[in-house]
Design a protein around this ligand. Structure first.
Ligand code: NAI
Length: 327
């Protein structure tokens, strides 16, 4: 199959090339899929997309005009694809339902430890040979209550790690994970979880129900000093409400791997640009907000998993006309 992979970079292209060897003919572009770049898909059977590519109604209509028959997603999340339009125009869409939930869970823990123990600040101070400790006081995680919103593969992997730290675990998810009992994870209402957690981790997908799941009202009901971790999707949180809560010194801090308006920003080199996003600049200015650019998945194991499933999806369509990861 002839495949155009959008949004590929140095970190993932070699893994895709290796997995595709002798199976499919790949072309790569660093450009994201959008209305300006969709024309590049002419002449391809399939496009391989990443999280910040946009497959809206208009773009899917263009892909159908160009006879593109398959969209393979190099991600778990599929909030960036209009599945209804794709189905209507008989374009098959598949995702990578699981690669390494540990990669994302472990990154959430890394962010939490970095923010709580002020590792990023400590490193800057050490660079200056300033060995004072006055600004670096954190808190024990042992015995603290961690609220996990979304207890699927990633949420549960995160919960297991926090269980190992000696934390109490509260969970909110419309579908309970049968393994929860093994780690004493207790399901509660969202309101109870927010009121009682010292740390809240978002691990649910972005969809109509979870869009702005944490808004002004939810931030107000969170325990004072609570730390929020978001490795899910930016728009699960109303960023302006998050900023307000930090400014009011209600929320104790935020660990963000995703950002509501990350498309066009993350994954790209903006070193010589003036960023024109006041919301991002505001977030960036807080000493108790730590941001990574959607890198929670970035481990070798995860990249191999993504590449192999991407190729598997394409081969299944080519050989059987269908694929078990079809959405
Ligand atoms: P999963 O499908 O295994 O688990 C998602 C869980 O969220 C399910 O248990 C589901 O019932 C629950 N859920 C659905 N609606 C909910 C709601 N309204 N409130 C609370 N829980 C709800 O998915 P997995 O693999 O754990 O991934 C979760 C999300 O993590 C993905 O959808 C994706 O957006 C994000 N992700 C982020 C990455 C990153 O690099 N930052 C990488 C991979 C995934």
């Amino acid at each position: 199959m002839k495949v155009l992979a959008y949004s590929t970079h140095g970190f993932d292209q070699p893994f895709l090339e290796e997995a595709a060897k002798n199976k499919h003919q790949f072309s790569f572009t660093e450009k994201s899929l959008n209305e300006d770049t969709v024309e590049m898909a002419k002449g391809y059977d399939a496009v391989a997309l990443f999280t910040n590519d946009i497959a809206s109604v208009k773009i899917i209509e263009k892909l159908a005009d160009y006879q593109v028959k398959y969209i393979t997603l190099r991600s778990v999340g599929y909030d960036h694809v209009d599945l209804q339009k794709a189905q209507e125009l008989k374009i098959k869409v598949a995702n990578v339902p699981e690669y390494s939930p540990y990669a994302i869970a472990e990154h959430g823990v890394a962010l939490l430890l970095a923010l709580n123990r002020k590792l990023h600040k400590a490193e800057s101070l050490i660079q200056l040979q300033d060995f004072r400790l006055d600004t670096l006081v954190g808190f024990d995680l042992n015995n603290k209550t961690i609220g996990i919103i979304g207890t699927g593969k990633i949420g549960f992997a995160f919960a297991k790690i926090m269980n190992g730290f000696g934390c109490k675990l509260l969970a909110y998810d419309p579908v309970e994970n049968p393994l929860a009992k093994e780690i004493n994870m207790e399901y509660t209402s969202l309101d109870f979880l927010l009121k009682n957690s010292d740390v809240v981790s978002l691990n649910c997908p972005l969809n109509e129900k979870t869009h702005y799941l944490l808004d002004k009202k939810e931030f107000a009901s969170m325990k004072k000093g609570c730390i929020l971790i978001n490795t899910a999707r930016g728009a699960v949180v109303n960023t302006n409400a998050l900023i307000e809560s930090i400014e009011n010194e209600h929320l104790g801090g935020a660990c963000l791997d995703v950002y509501e308006k990350e498309k066009g920003l993350f994954f790209n080199d903006h070193r010589n640009s003036i960023l024109k996003d006041p919301v991002y600049s505001r977030l960036r200015a807080f000493p108790n907000v730590i941001i990574t650019g959607h890198q929670a998945f970035l481990t070798r194991e995860a990249l191999i998993g993504i590449a192999e499933t991407t190729i598997y999806n394409l081969s299944s369509w080519e050989n059987n006309g269908t694929c078990e990861n079809d959405l």
